[in-house]
Design a protein around this ligand. Structure first.
Ligand code: BDR
Ligand code: CA
Length: 311
C-alpha cells in the first residue's frame, strides 16, 4: 500500500483526484495540504473538506498552506474551474475544520515520522513543497517520492503558449523543488492532455443519481465546456488524477530520467518546463518525466473506480 500526502489547489480535477484516491485500495491518503492555485487557498480548503464530507471521508486531515506564490502575485483559474473552484457543482459548507498545523509543518511531520514511507502527490503550484524543502531540508532524503502534475515538455502550454498552469503560477517554487535533490516525477500536459474523460464517459454516471455521481457530472461538465471552447480539447483532461496514477499505476506511463528545468525569467517563456534531452550542459539527471501514456487504459480504470465509489 502506497502512503501519500496530496498537496492540492481544489479545483475540479483535484476534487476528482481526492475521490480517485478514496476509490483506490492501493493507496492511503494520509492528509490533504492546500495551496493557492485554481482558487484562493481558503476556498480550496473549503472545497477539500466538502469533497471529503461528500465521500464520507472526514477522517482525513486538511491543512491550510501557502496563500500566495513565493515571488509573483496571486493568480487563480476561475475561468477553468468556476467561481468556487468546483465548476457547476455546489456542495454544502463543510462541518469540519482544517488542522491547526500549517500544511508545511504537516508535510514535515508526516514525512519525518516515517522516513522512506511517505509519497507526496503535488497537483497544484509547488509553493508548499518549495517551502517545505527550504525550511526542512531533511525531508528531501526522507520522502519516498514526489509526483508532480505540472509542466509541458514537448507540448504547448495551457496558461501561456509555453507554460502549464501549475508551474506558471509559481515558477520559482518549481525551480527550488527541481534542484533540491528530492526524487521527483513530472506528469506534464504531454500525457495528461491525452487522458480525456469524454461526454460519453460522463454519461455513464447519469443513471446512478447519487450525490457523488451528480457532483462528478456537474464539476466535470464545466471544465469540459471550457476546454472544448477555448482549446478544442474534447473532454475533461484528467491532469491531476493521472499524477496520482503515476504513484500506483506506473505501468500506464513511459517515464524517462532527464535533466529537467524551468524558466524563471520574466519573459515570454516564464514558467516553461524543459528537458535537456541531449544534455548540452553535461548535468546529471535530476528527475523523471512521463512522456507517453496508455491513455484509454487509464481513462477506463478511472471511470470504473469512480462509478463504483459513486454508487
Ligand atoms: C493543472 O492546472 C489546474 O488547472 C489543474 O487542476 C491541474 O492541476 C493543469 O494545468
Ligand atoms: Ca490542480
Amino acid at each position: 500500500m502506497k502512503r501519500l500526502v496530496l498537496d492540492t489547489d481544489p479545483g475540479i480535477d483535484d476534487a476528482l483526484t481526492i475521490l480517485y484516491a478514496l476509490a483506490s485500495p492501493e493507496v492511503k491518503m494520509e492528509a490533504i495540504t492546500v495551496v493557492n492555485g485554481n482558487c484562493p487557498m481558503e476556498q480550496g480548503v473549503i472545497n477539500a473538506l466538502s469533497v471529503l464530507e461528500l465521500a464520507g471521508a472526514t477522517h482525513i486531515p486538511v491543512a491550510r498552506g501557502m496563500d500566495k506564490p513565493l515571488l509573483l502575485p496571486v493568480i487563480n483559474a476561475e475561468v477553468t474551474h468556476g467561481k468556487s473552484g468546483l465548476g457547476y457543482a455546489e456542495l454544502p459548507p463543510p462541518k469540519a475544520s482544517p488542522t491547526e498545523k500549517h500544511a508545511v509543518e504537516l508535510i514535515r511531520d508526516l514525512v519525518l515520522q516515517d522516513p522512506g514511507q511517505i509519497n507526496i502527490v503535488a497537483i497544484g503550484p509547488l509553493t508548499n513543497i518549495a517551502m517545505a524543502v527550504r525550511l526542512y531540508p531533511q525531508i528531501v532524503d526522507a520522502v519516498q517520492h514526489l509526483y508532480i502534475m505540472g509542466g509541458a515538455i514537448n507540448h504547448c502550454g495551457n496558461m501561456t503558449p509555453q507554460a502549464e498552469f501549475n508551474i506558471y503560477c509559481d515558477p520559482h517554487a518549481a525551480s527550488i523543488v527541481f534542484h533540491s535533490g528530492i526524487p521527483f516525477t513530472l506528469v506534464p500536459l504531454d500525457v495528461t492532455y491525452q487522458t480525456l474523460m469524454t461526454r460519453d464517459d460522463l454519461n455513464m454516471f447519469a443513471p446512478l443519481q447519487t450525490p457523488l455521481s451528480d457532483f462528478v457530472i456537474k464539476a466535470s461538465s464545466y471544465v469540459m465546456k471550457y476546454l472544448s471552447e477555448s482549446q478544442e480539447v474534447m473532454g475533461c483532461a484528467l491532469n491531476d488524477p493521472l499524477a496520482l496514477a503515476a504513484l500506483f499505476q506506473p505501468n500506464l506511463l513511459d517515464i524517462n530520467h532527464l535533466v529537467l528545468d524551468v524558466d524563471t525569467n520574466y519573459g515570454v517563456s516564464m514558467g516553461k518546463t524543459f528537458a535537456d534531452f541531449y544534455n548540452y550542459e553535461q548535468k546529471p539527471e535530476n528527475g523523471y518525466a512521463a512522456l507517453n501514456v496508455r491513455a484509454r487504459d487509464f481513462v477506463e480504470i478511472f471511470i470504473e473506480r469512480m462509478i463504483k465509489i459513486s454508487q
